[in-house]
Design a protein around this ligand. Structure first.
Ligand SMILES: C[S@@+](CC[C@H](N)C(=O)[O-])C[C@H]1O[C@@H](n2cnc3c(N)ncnc32)[C@H](O)[C@@H]1O
Length: 375
């Protein structure tokens, strides 16, 4: 018999009392319930955890992002005060590698202040341990709390954990998808009885023309708009890296991952990572509407190659033992190759900048001055 999580009983109680809950609310409770939420109670990363992210695959990822931040600082006219902000920094590995790379640039290294936006107390402690001894680091519960000033914002695998709405197309229109109880009191999917009025007017033409039964996923734009607004008004750039699609389209990508395998999101609330792919067209559109300059998206493979990851790997391998060399080579492969297990084409990179920065290193097509590089 499957052991039910404490959150399972809690959600069941809420559904019995108030009726079916939208998928976004179910996802929000699974990840952020104040006591049992997945991102409140544990460190999910690494071989011992549930999944591995790019900074945990290889130090090269964070190092290149550090040098990317330096290129933004230069393009911003080398301001005297500069902030590095990371949203959802995991174990702090990427920031630690980025800062190590930035030590070669004392004029920047000595001016930066680092801001870690993290809700998970367990991971916050890990980040403090990883970054111990480094000065000028502040932790924040929310992006809104980060002080003003020119900055670079990193968001790696951050947007995929933000709750999504799922909409199902029926003859009567687009209905919000919900989680309800079946006859055996297990969680099951259903739809709201009434369609959401006017929803289809908000949809891109490709999605509007979808067949009956299609599912469309969307996230509220408040996070991306806050990032874009800050970049536009206070100068600098943001880089958003995640798995997802370049064009808005239909499809059910709501998924759970536990112990490095896919799981049923309705079976293990609070015990598995629950995510959905990121719609990069929607992010780009929202950022553009706020007045930020949009660059890309392009694939992670293209981005890291343009930043010189292959040369960096060769340099590291020259000084390494055969075992370490093999690790470097397999990390490189995982980061840039497509196909099964590779992150190179599934992951996309979107850049945002203020209007004074026409080109972002590795992302914009330098000949078109920031127009999408295509993926
Ligand atoms: C999938 S992990 C990615 C970690 C890290 N960026 C990496 O690449 O290793 C998601 C991160 O976002 C954090 N997180 C989730 N929801 C958040 C929120 N609403 N505000 C701030 N951080 C959040 C998690 O605790 C975790 O650090």
């Amino acid at each position: 018999m499957i052991e039910l999580s404490p959150l399972h009983s809690e959600i069941k109680r809420v559904i019995k009392a108030s009726g079916p809950m939208p998928v976004w609310r179910y996802m929000e409770l699974c990840l952020m319930h104040p006591e049992h939420g997945y991102y409140i109670s544990r460190d999910p990363l690494g071989r011992e955890g549930d999944f591995t992210t790019a900074p945990e695959v290889s130090q090269m990822f964070g190092e290149l992002l550090g040098l990317w931040a330096a290129s933004v600082w230069k393009a911003s006219g080398s301001p005297q005060q500069f902030r590095l902000i990371e949203l959802g920094p995991g174990r702090g590995t990427m920031m630690s590698d980025a800062l190590r790379a930035l030590r070669v640039l004392p004029p920047l290294y000595q001016t930066i202040s680092v801001h870690m936006v993290e809700i998970n107390p367990v991971l916050r402690e890990k980040q403090k341990a990883t970054l111990t001894g480094l000065r000028n680091i502040t932790w924040h519960e929310s992006f809104d709390d980060v002080p003003e000033g020119p900055s670079v914002i990193f968001a790696n695998e951050y947007f995929d954990v933000l709750p999504i709405h799922q909409m199902l197309k029926r003859e009567t229109g687009w209905h919000e998808r919900v989680v309800e109880l079946d006859a055996e009191e297990n969680f099951a999917y259903g739809t709201a009885a009434e369609p959401t009025p006017g929803f289809e007017l908000l949809l891109p033409p490709l999605v509007r023309a979808a067949p009956l039964g299609a599912i469309f996923e969307w996230r509220p734009n408040n996070e991306i708009m806050a990032i874009a607004k800050r970049i536009r008004e206070q100068r600098g750039a943001a880089v958003i890296i995640d798995y997802g699609h370049v064009r808005s389209d239909v499809g059910d990508t709501f998924q759970a991952i536990a112990r490095h395998s896919f799981a049923d999101p309705l079976k293990t609330p609070g015990l598995a990572d629950i995510t959905a792919h990121v719609d990069f067209e929607a992010l780009a559109r929202a950022a553009d509407a706020v007045g930020a300059r949009v660059h890309g998206p392009i694939t992670q493979s293209e981005f890291l190659r343009r930043l010189g990851i292959e040369t960096r790997a060769l340099t590291l391998m020259q000084k390494a033992s055969p075992d370490i060399s093999r690790d470097i080579a397999s990390g490189l492969k995982r980061l840039i190759e497509g196909g099964r297990g590779g992150m190179g084409s599934l992951f996309k990179v979107l850049g945002l900048s203020d209007a004074s920065i026409p080109v972002l290193a590795g992302i914009s097509d330098e000949h078109t001055g920031g127009k999408p590089g295509g993926a």
